[in-house]
Unconditional design. Structure first.
Length: 280
């Protein structure tokens, strides 16, 4: 069996100890408050992040510097037979392209995968990929299987703030103005790695119900659903209870969103994600 290394970024939300035990190498994205720059999940806790976000006049995120990737690939190339690199959506970040460029500079061949997402689904792709690896799958076979997972992924968001999404180009100026004037809540979804508007809904309660209705349509094909939140644990617990009442056989998990989601979608954002016809 070939020895495989995995290279990913902090949007995968993987536990660092688990990652180390399974040959997964995490390169952190950056969270920037004015002149202060923090490595996501390493230099700043979620609690401190949201404290700073409340009072910050400017907050942004950036991909890891290419030098970190080059150094990592240089250290891996003689230790492993194959390297799989999987990163957050290329439609939202240049991290995968930077990682691939670094691998080329280091003279390393990698099997590259665009997760077309981040957070829970990104994590699940790696966890399932590790299972396929244990079964003897090659890097190419693992990539093909993960790309099938991506085709079966549903990922919905109700953002707390459209201001930041507008600034980062995720929603248009027209959508921002209309939502402010009419107090409309947007139900967003990931499509081909991009965040697109699924529906415009007048109240948060209805937006949340619509998200649950979409889940109900897939209920026969789903075993596990993740409720994600950006510093909004009470609402996440409420949704978990609603899912338990609607679909009691479903396994549910609550996961805090990574800080970069908080920056772009705002504290209070809620999301749901699941895979149809799951392997897990």
């Amino acid at each position: 069996m070939k020895k495989i290394a995995w290279v990913t970024d902090s949007t995968s939300t993987l536990d660092p100890v688990f990652a180390e035990q399974n040959h997964v190498y995490i390169v952190p994205l950056r969270v920037v408050f004015g002149e202060e720059c923090y490595r996501e999940s390493e230099d700043i806790s979620p609690e401190l992040f949201y404290e700073k976000l409340e009072t910050a006049s400017k907050a942004s995120s950036s991909q890891p510097p290419i030098g970190e990737f080059i150094e990592l690939y240089e250290s891996l190339k003689d230790q492993y037979d194959e390297i799989i690199t999987i990163h957050c959506s290329t439609a939202l970040s240049g991290t995968l392209h930077t990682s691939m460029q670094a691998a080329e500079i280091a003279g390393v061949k990698v099997t590259a995968i665009d997760s077309r997402a981040g957070a829970y689904p990104h994590r699940e792709m790696i966890l399932q990929g590790l299972e396929w690896q244990k079964q003897g799958a090659s890097a190419a076979e693992i990539k093909a299987n993960i790309e099938q997972m991506i085709e079966n992924m549903s990922f919905y968001l109700i953002p707390a703030s459209l201001q930041n999404l507008h600034r980062s180009g995720r929603v248009s100026g027209t959508q921002l103005v209309l939502s402010q004037l009419l107090k409309i809540h947007l139900l967003l979804r990931f499509e081909e790695g991009k965040v697109v508007v699924n529906e415009k809904i007048r109240t948060f309660k209805r937006a949340k119900q619509r998200m649950l209705d979409v889940l109900k349509v897939d209920m026969e094909k789903v075993k596990h659903v993740c409720i994600m939140h950006a510093n909004n644990p009470d609402e996440a617990v409420t949704i978990k209870q609603q899912i338990s009442e609607l679909l009691p056989r479903l396994k549910t998990e609550i996961m805090p969103f990574i800080p970069v989601v908080g920056i772009h979608a705002g504290a209070g954002t809620i999301g749901l994600c699941w895979f149809r016809n799951e392997h897990v």
